[in-house]
Design a protein around this ligand. Sequence first.
Ligand code: NAP
Length: 258
Amino acid sequence: MRRVLILGGTAEARALAAELSGGSSGGSSGRGVHVVSSLAGRVSNPRLPVGEVREGGFGGADGLAAWLAAERIDALVDATHPFAARMTASAAEASARTGVPLLVLRRPGWREGPGDAWQRVPSLPAAAARLFETAAQSSGGAVRVFLTTGRRSLPVFTGLAGVWLLARSVDPPEPPVPDHVHVLLDRGPYTVEGERALIREHRLDVLVTKDSGGPMTTAKLVAARELGLPVIMVDRPPLPAGVRLVETATEAAAWAQG
Ligand code: NAP
């Protein structure tokens, strides 16, 4: 039976595991394929895919290459989050070294539409620099920021003069959390009404987010458009050169079945 490793932690990875396992919530073997899903193990109480799951890092590209060989993996699908660049780089390197074919499954990025006021920036530090400039030009009180870039990015944004942060994340950030940061723990999916209410309640001036794509977290962008809130959108890191890319779990399932 063909053995497929899915690098996961996303809704697309769960959809792919379900498709390859026969579309049910049953076991990990269906459609002539045995599926193992891998999670980083960072989130407490993660949403689990159907079938066999392993957790924790592999130990870089070397560790992943050894794991692929030991587990006799025939095909590798990197369905990690578009910003999980280290895992994707390891997957590309381990694939090149072992000859195990690699497919990258990435949901499409978001596109700016009529009524949106987005500023695209290449990185989290560039987003922080943009906020710093905005605060320096502001004549009123602190610039009030809706920050949805994840708890581990919080240190990039703390300590900017004239900036107050509403930081929303799935798990709490590492303490200590400074006074000018209000942490909101939530994991979505979110509604436009809820996002609108949040923006109003906290009198937010600007949204800072990563171009994650997908439907689960678009409500904040719709609410921002409706309320005329500017958005600082952090671009995705580039993919390693030459990797094969698809955008849907169905395409990835067809490839993984060989
Ligand atoms: P990252 O910076 O690319 O990965 C850091 C290290 O975590 C990797 O080098 C690897 O350790 C381990 N790792 C990452 N994904 C793994 C997986 N699926 N299975 C086993 N080990 C994994 O990634 P990240 O941004 O920390 O994201 C971690 C996980 O959360 C990913 O699985 C991703 O899909 C999910 N996620 C990330 C975001 C985000 O905004 N970045 C959002 C939602 C979900 P070793 O080098 O030891 O192998």
